[in-house]
Design a protein around this ligand. Structure first.
Ligand SMILES: [Mg+2]
Ligand SMILES: [Zn+2]
Length: 254
């Protein structure tokens, strides 16, 4: 059965924004991030990190080192609350210099390659899920059908926030907002359905007014029910743990 998920950016969202952090010392969880992940886990969410890691293409770090940084990040988040279920990173960049990584790919956000792979590998109900990040690209503006898009203010300076359903100071408030929105939807879904049409004879005299009460759909802060569209070429790399991705900092969210 499909589960709800939260797709999280790494740098500036889960860990402090640093310019291409390539050492464990540069991997510092954002305050409240571990607790936020733990709360999402308790609420039944699959937590998936999607991160652009062009430091690999730029030759600043290799994939093995990146994997070790992600192990370190998962440990640090776990110590302060909880961690994530899966992490995918894009090691590419068109202007990179590392052989095999300097390319235009289909997985660098805002392209949806990593998201597509995550959706293929996890049974996720996208309409009940959300994207959280500090950049518009983390919110996959071209992907339809997600429950909500949330920006956090712990990373890059926010430019146009029109694609976001909510702007939160940190991941803590982002999760507060999302869980409250989901609770409201669930409450509505549990609301008694209007009585079926019955013969006038059996209908309770006073049942009628309940008719239009609430409907079991989401009117959450969200998007439409559409399916995400896969993108072309690059191959996202799945990592058992999260990774680091400092370099996207300066790019505007294309
Ligand atoms: Mg970021
Ligand atoms: Zn890529």
């Amino acid at each position: 059965m499909p589960r709800p998920a939260v797709f999280l950016d790494r740098d500036g969202t889960l860990i402090e924004e640093r310019h291409y952090p390539v050492t464990p010392a540069a991997i510092v969880p954002v305050r409240g991030a571990g607790e936020a992940l733990a709360r999402l886990a308790l609420a039944g969410y699959v937590r998936i990190v999607l991160t652009n890691q062009s430091a690999v293409a730029r030759g600043l770090i290799d994939e093995q080192e990146l994997g070790r940084l992600h192990d370190d990040m998962a440990d640090k988040l776990g110590i302060v609350g909880g961690t994530y279920d899966a992490l995918y990173y894009c090691p590419h960049h068109p202007e990179g210099r590392a052989v095999g990584y300097a390319m235009t790919c289909s997985c660098r956000k805002p392209r949806s390659g990593m998201l597509d792979l995550a959706l293929a590998e996890h049974d996720v109900d996208l309409a009940q899920s959300c994207f959280i990040g500090d950049s518009t690209r983390d919110l996959f503006p071209d992907v339809a059908g997600v429950g909500a898009r949330i920006l956090v203010q712990t990373g890059h300076e926010l430019g146009d926030t029109s694609v976001a359903d909510f702007v939160a100071p940190t991941i803590t408030e982002a999760v507060d907002w999302w869980l409250a929105a989901r609770a409201e939807i669930a409450r509505r879904q549990r609301a008694p359905a209007p009585p079926p049409e019955t013969d006038a004879a059996d209908a309770p005299p006073d049942a009628a007014p309940a008719q239009t009460a609430e409907r079991p759909h989401d009117d959450t802060p969200s998007v439409n029910d559409t399916a995400p569209e896969p993108e072309a070429a690059g191959e996202p790399h799945a990592a058992p743990e999260p990774d680091a991705g400092p370099e996207e900092a300066r790019e505007p969210d294309a």
